[in-house]
Design a protein around this ligand. Structure first.
Ligand SMILES: [Zn+2]
Length: 333
């Protein structure tokens, strides 16, 4: 059965929300600062808006989905994503936090492009990006699902830990997914619109970015966060650092981060500075024999990042601790 569009936000219990929060890597929102309306995008590019977030046009047949879960406490979509429509195929990037979020974006895609999504790509396994797949089913038709084999394996494992009963169609969709090879670029032509799917890693063991030229756009998954301190729970920090550097472009580019408003090259430079400062703090703590928790208590965001949001105090410790773990050390010292 296909859940109705209004299902998620109203129907989730607090416990489910907490579970999703930890599955998503976003952490608990209790006590978090409310996100200010921080987008610098002009109002005129917005083609849809709701308590869940907004859709902005980035080019002919190209739109970003920017979720604003903290603005009105609406978690329907929760992560960012996109819609890319050629004459042959309509691709939605991410399946969002649940079937209701996926359905909302699918309906927007149909309204904007004239067609229900034919393809859905999930950038990585976290629940806020992966839990909506079954919401894309309509009538007898299901879109093609794209993800890496590692992402599929991690989603199936995470699904096994969920305590709500899942629509069996979800497992069928996962089992039938088209697998993105772990190396090399996959070129897709949606009909007059070319895009590149680039496998990467760092935020998790497997992340992919979706990249376009002219207009220059990178859908970053959670490799980039904007105006929010990222969760390093599953992060391989040296790989994250490498991926973030390699997805940056010389040309003026719109970066669609996994969370937070659309980012410019300057925003991505600030994010790079942030992860570098985490690395420097971790390395000097390791050198002086300071435990990660103690180093985290002293850690301050670089000046350029004042005003960024930190969902939980523990995020600094998790971030610094990720370097300890990668270097084979115990974060407790
Ligand atoms: Zn994530």
């Amino acid at each position: 059965m296909i859940p109705t569009t209004k299902l998620l936000a109203g129907a989730l219990s607090r416990r489910q929300v907490m579970h999703l929060a930890s599955a998503s890597g976003l952490g608990l929102f209790a006590g978090a600062t409310r996100l200010q309306s921080a987008s610098r995008q002009s109002q005129s590019s917005r083609v849809a808006e709701g308590s869940w977030g907004r859709i902005e046009k980035l080019g002919e047949g190209i739109w970003s989905v920017v979720s604003t879960p903290l603005a009105q406490d609406d978690w329907t979509t929760l992560c960012n994503g996109g819609i890319v429509a050629g004459s042959e195929q309509v691709l939605v990037i991410e399946s969002f936090a649940g079937p209701a979020g996926a359905r909302l974006v699918a309906q927007q895609a149909r309204q904007l492009s004239g067609r229900w999504p034919t393809d859905v790509l999930v950038t990585h396994y976290h629940g806020d990006h992966a839990n909506g797949l079954e919401g894309f089913v309509t009538g007898d038709s299901r879109p093609e699902i794209w993800m890496t084999a590692t992402t599929r394996k991690l989603i199936l494992e995470a699904d096994g830990r969920r305590d709500e009963s899942l629509d069996p169609v979800r497992k069928e969709m996962l089992e039938g997914a088209k697998l993105i090879a772990p190396e090399g670029v996959l070129q897709l032509n949606l009909g007059g619109l070319d895009l590149k799917i680039q496998p990467r890693r760092g935020h998790t063991a497997s992340d992919v970015t979706v990249e376009l030229e002219g207009p220059s756009i990178v859908f970053c998954g959670d490799l980039i966060w904007n105006q929010m301190f990222p969760n390093f729970r599953d992060t391989l920090p040296s790989a994250l650092s490498k991926s973030v550097r390699s997805l940056r472009r010389e040309a003026a580019t719109t970066y669609v981060p996994g969370h937070g408003p659309l980012a410019t090259g300057a925003d991505v430079a600030r994010f790079t500075e942030l992860i570098d400062s985490v690395e420097a703090t971790a390395r000097s703590a390791i050198e002086s024999g300071t435990p990660a928790a103690e180093a985290a208590a002293e850690f301050r965001l670089p000046e350029a990042l004042e005003g960024w949001h930190l969902f939980r105090e523990s995020y600094f410790e998790i971030a610094i601790g990720s370097w300890f773990k990668e270097l084979g050390l115990d974060p407790a010292g």
